[in-house]
Design a protein around this ligand. Structure first.
Ligand SMILES: [Zn+2]
Ligand SMILES: [Zn+2]
Length: 389
């Protein structure tokens, strides 16, 4: 068996003893209050782990916090993860979902699959990457004929003159193909698309397709409609610009301006965001067809089935989800799965906070670590204590 070997341990009031602690097993340190349990577990063992980490990271000695360790370590030390009794330092308004990094995870999913609500017209926009657009192109059957169209938002004659001066004279105006080098612009119309190209899908035309994508970025902010001759139309938006009105879309999840993203003031939910912390334009945007507002109200169980439902449909990569599913399983096991993501920490009971701490520590699938826990069962009922063991 491997041991953590310490000699002359005399941190704080400890009396200079030698100690071998078996590794890869569960060890309990007990004793009356003031007997030095925390001095041994935290101020000695966990602190040694911390200093070792700082050394590995090459921190300069002078930046080390004043060390109070008085002990000799004569064995190797696995990476140490410490959990103290300190709930005090927790931000009371930080939510369950933020602590579990689920909100941050949602933002990441949103970048790829989200639908951005437009400030200007309310239209829900999907943003596509170059790769998404090329993948769609590749799914077309060889021989498929389609128009490469750019929606035009500025209907002013000037805007059209500009295109014509650049040699782009063919347009779809209210569904009718019009060549402006031969015909006049109708005095009234609803929709207008520049016909950038007419293409036939085959193996060789990929370069031309990519070139058209590039052109669309400079001509039209990367807003594209691929109109197949059999009738299907597909929209792509390569920049964060509204497809309908041309307004810029938000690029990051804006915090609610009323509460600066705290969600609460003196423990009362903010009126504007209802405690959800984000701007309403973000909350009204969608991921996998659900409003962000609804998703943030999910409890962990609902969130898990939401991910499971959409995993296949949107082909979310397995390795994106592994860690989050591991965490959610553990939350379920600890009995935390009925807590909504948007619950601020101050609303959790002492026991729930303790379990959340445990979830945070064990929710990362580390192996070969030394976990140092200070009274981890504080505030838990007997049944949960047994489960935890
Ligand atoms: Zn818009
Ligand atoms: Zn607010």
């Amino acid at each position: 068996m491997n041991y953590l070997k310490l000699q002359e341990v005399s941190t704080h009031n400890l009396k200079g003893f030698n100690l071998d602690i078996p590794l890869n097993t569960f060890v309990v340190i007990t004793g009356p209050s003031g007997s030095g349990k925390s001095s041994l577990a935290f101020d000695t063992i966990a602190q040694l782990g911390k200093e070792k980490l700082l050394q590995i990271l090459n921190y300069d000695k002078e930046f080390f916090p004043l060390s109070s360790i008085k002990a000799k370590l004569i064995s190797s030390l696995p990476p140490v993860i410490g959990l103290s009794q300190g709930i005090k330092e927790w931000y009371p308004y930080k939510t369950f979902g933020e602590f579990l990094f689920i909100v941050q995870f949602l933002e990441t999913l949103f970048i790829k699959w989200g639908e951005y609500k437009c400030f200007g017209c309310g239209y829900l926009n999907k943003i596509s990457s170059f790769e998404d657009t090329i993948s769609y192109y590749k799914t077309l059957k060889n021989g498929t004929r389609f128009y490469f169209l750019l929606p035009v938002f500025e209907y002013s004659p000037k805007a059209l003159e500009y295109f014509v001066s650049q040699g782009y004279t063919k347009f779809f105006i209210d569904g009718k193909e019009i060549d402006l080098s031969e015909e006049e612009i109708p005095s009234k119309f609803k929709e207008i698309y520049l016909i950038l190209d007419r293409m036939i899908k085959d193996e060789k035309s990929i370069e031309r397709f990519v070139e058209n994508l590039r052109l669309s970025l400079s001509l039209n902010q990367g807003r594209i409609v691929l109109k197949l001759l059999d009738g299907e139309s597909k929209f792509f938006n390569l920049k964060t610009v509204c497809l309908k009105c041309g307004n810029y879309l938000f690029t990051k999840w804006y915090k609610c301006k009323q509460c600066n993203g705290l969600g609460y003031k003196e423990r009362i939910p903010c009126k504007a965001c209802k405690g959800l912390k984000f701007d309403n334009i973000v909350l009204a945007s969608k991921l996998f067809g659900k409003e962000i507002r609804e998703i943030l109200k999910f409890d962990l169980k609902e969130f898990k089935s939401f991910l499971k439902e959409n995993k296949k449909k949107y082909s979310i990569p397995e390795d994106w989800l592994n860690n989050i599913f591991y965490k959610l399983e553990l939350a379920d096991f600890l009995g935390l799965s009925d807590i909504p993501l948007s619950t601020p920490v101050f609303k959790l009971s002492l026991g729930q906070r303790k379990l959340l701490e445990i979830l945070l520590i064990f929710g990362i699938n580390f192996t070969q670590c030394l976990y140092v826990l200070d009274e981890p069962s504080l505030g838990l009922d007997l049944e949960t204590k047994e489960k935890l063991l």
